[in-house]
Design a binder for this molecule. Structure first.
Ligand code: PA5
Length: 433
């Protein structure tokens, strides 16, 4: 599905900022913990996220629920935050680069914030009778998600009988008592189970990511097949791409002082992948003083925004450039159409994809020539299989990196403090009636 090239992270190519083969091997040896966890999890089922790629039994349930919303709705709003939203966003962007999904699929809007202005705008902008909602919360107790669901129910009740509200909703949550389960039961909403053993930021390949994907017309089986190839690599070799990626990330951090991990796909359809990756990497590794700052960039746009800093600022970044097969695609540019007098000869007769392609190759080459650690992930195709593979690659890489750094990839203890304080502040506000 993809090829990873780490030559641009090695000292013989980029000089002092790179790793020597001995340093790479030293870090690769530390992949044991993560690889062991992933392999054991696959063998005995103790890590369900590694078994998701081969799972097929839940696909009919996902397709059925997707059909329910595809038939009823012009707009589907996905409510939820963090890992309950970003995997779906990453997958959905494959189907919708800004003009809605193709065919007769409804448009999906991911609302992962609680800005009242956005919700007021939503209620003014859509036909609520033709709008459905997917509410996703693993815990069923996240204040932001419950608030979103409650205001959407209230807006629907202004135009519909309470008896019809449940049809507008699908809830994805753990099968256990929770405020969200109570709400779902009260309105007779369909509830799909969130696997208790899969944390939010590792749930993209579960119903959490695949229901929005299926509503948008993407094939859940192809997404999982792509991921399956990555699991096969993990099971079969210690130098698998995910382990090498983790060794490069952690090795460069400890050896060369890298503090930031930049993910730069050259595809609008992968633009949301960077948002998902940012949360996965930050929330999984940022513990006990460890972790690097994940940065989302998009080629070619960020060549005109961040590249100056990348090339000429502090040498503290690792670049992961994701390339797709775009050469020869798109319309062919005719310079005569621009009244060209000869200046545009370099564009003439080349397709827009040719221009995109040379840029996705020239940028990493320039970074490497300037001694900036750069790895290239080259996709065979930008499609469900390719994205499924990348999602699985980065989840595995993150877990392996956590083992190298000695942190728990599955918890997020620090974020609890703010939640407790926010509840305390809310308690200090007199209820408005
Ligand atoms: O990745 C995570 O674990 C978090 O970002 C959660 O997804 C986020 O806090 C939302 O939690 P929940 O799904 O329980 O509402």
């Amino acid at each position: 599905m993809y090829t990873q090239t780490i030559d641009g992270c090695m000292a013989d190519v980029i000089g002092d900022a790179g790793l020597t083969p001995a340093q790479l091997n030293e870090w690769l040896a530390k992949a044991d913990w993560g690889l062991g966890l992933l392999r054991k999890g696959h063998r005995d089922g103790s890590l369900p996220l590694v078994l998701l790629p081969e799972r097929r039994d839940d696909v009919p349930m996902i397709e059925d629920r997707a059909s329910h919303h595809r038939e009823r709705a012009d707009t589907v709003v996905v409510l939820g935050t963090g890992g309950s939203s970003l995997g779906g966003q990453a997958l959905y962007s494959l189907a919708d680069a800004g003009f809605g999904p193709s065919g007769d699929s409804p448009r999906i809007v991911f609302l992962d914030n609680i800005d009242p202005h956005t919700f007021d705008h939503l209620f003014r902008s859509v036909d609520l009778a033709r709008t459905d909602f997917i509410v996703i919360s693993k815990s069923g107790g996240t204040a932001e998600t419950l608030a979103q669901a409650i205001v959407c129910i209230e807006a629907l009740l202004e135009g519909e009988d309470e008896a019809n509200i449940g049809d507008h909703f699908t809830v994805i949550t753990e099968p256990k008592p929770s405020p969200l389960s109570t709400l779902a039961q009260h309105y007779g909403m369909a509830v799909l189970p969130h696997d208790r053993g899969i944390g939010g930021r590792y749930s993209a390949l579960s119903v959490v990511g695949l229901l929005p994907a299926a509503i948008a017309g993407l094939d859940p089986v192809n997404i999982r097949s792509g991921a399956e190839s990555v699991v096969a690599d993990i099971l079969s070799g210690d130098r698998c791409p995910a382990a090498l990626g983790a060794a490069v990330q952690c090795g460069l951090t400890k050896v060369s002082g890298v503090t930031a991990s930049i993910l730069m796909p050259y595809s609008d359809r992968l633009a949301a992948l960077g948002l998902w990756y940012r949360q996965l990497w930050a929330e999984s590794l940022g513990k006990n003083g460890e972790g690097t700052l994940p940065v989302r960039a998009v080629g070619a746009v960020d060549q005109h925004s961040q590249l100056q800093l990348y090339l000429d600022g502090p040498r503290d970044k690792l670049f992961s450039v994701v390339q797709g097969p775009v050469a020869g695609t798109g319309r062919v540019m005719r310079a005569a159409l621009a009244g060209d007098k000869g200046d545009l000869g370099y564009l003439d007769g080349r397709s827009m994809g040719d221009l995109f392609d040379v840029m996705q190759r020239a940028t990493p080459d320039t970074l490497i020539k300037n001694g900036c650690p750069t790895r290239i992930l080259s996709l065979d195709r930008v499609d469900e299989d390719g994205l499924g593979a990348l999602l699985m690659h980065f989840m595995a890489e993150t877990i392996i990196a956590a083992g190298m750094l000695g942190v728990d990839p599955f918890d997020q203890p620090a974020v609890e403090q703010g939640k407790v304080l926010a509840r305390q502040y809310l308690g200090e506000i007199a209820p408005r009636r």
